[in-house]
Design a protein around this ligand. Structure first.
Ligand SMILES: [Zn+2]
Length: 210
């Protein structure tokens, strides 16, 4: 048991990796199987800084700002503000692009304060794996078509985990990554995912009007 007088901070982390499993059958259209993750997210209608660590790949300029602008203000009213420095206080997201030999295209680690409120998320995007054999063809290839769209969708996938949306098994950007640069599941179905997120984060019972 931790004494309340001690200045310990206990964090609980949840790791969610982008799914990189081969699926033979064509995915169903839509996004109705998306649910909300347990655990807190950013508070409604807040502005959440998104801090880029390092730089995005020079081959796909604007991929982060484009991806964030399409989501900003859409889910639970949370505004996403791209910046380059970690704020002195308050929650934030960091995004780092790196070239690794990992088969995962993106990961998100979410941390919470001792009172259960959202503290921050750490997002890593693996951008540069050219050796397709290392990931069975399920990864990014900067030299193949669809690279920027796939990276942008993966950034959005991980940010949406921070905003509490869960993975999907349908054809949308919360669904499985299928083939090099996601060419076998190129439909991000973003408008469907955003509407689903709005529906899930809207209270089931509206407040009284009088
Ligand atoms: Zn995921």
């Amino acid at each position: 048991m931790i004494s309340p007088n001690r200045r310990y901070r206990v964090f609980f982390a949840v790791v969610l990796a982008a799914i990189v499993v081969p699926v033979a059958a064509q995915l169903a259209s839509g996004c109705s199987d998306i649910t909300l993750l347990s655990g807190a997210g950013p508070i409604a209608n807040s502005t959440l800084p998104v801090v880029i660590i390092g730089a995005e790949p020079s081959t796909i300029p604007g991929v982060l700002s484009e991806g964030l602008s399409e989501l900003s203000g859409q889910i639970n009213g949370v505004n996403l503000q791209l910046t380059t420095s970690i704020p002195a206080s308050g929650p934030y997201i960091t995004v780092q692009f790196a070239s690794t030999t990992s088969a995962a295209t993106g990961t998100q680690i979410k941390e919470f304060n001792t009172d259960g409120s959202f503290k921050r998320s750490t997002i890593s995007i693996n951008t540069g794996l050219v050796n397709q054999a290392a990931c069975n063809g399920l990864c990014f290839d900067p030299n193949a078509a669809g690279y920027k769209a796939a990276v942008k969708s993966t950034v959005q996938h991980e940010v949406l985990h921070t905003l509490r949306l869960n993975d999907s098994n349908m054809a949308n950007l919360m669904g499985p990554f299928l083939g090099k640069n996601n060419v076998n599941n190129a439909n991000s179905n973003l408008s469907c995912v955003i509407q689903r997120g709005k529906d899930l984060t809207t209270p089931a019972t509206p407040p009284p009007t009088c």
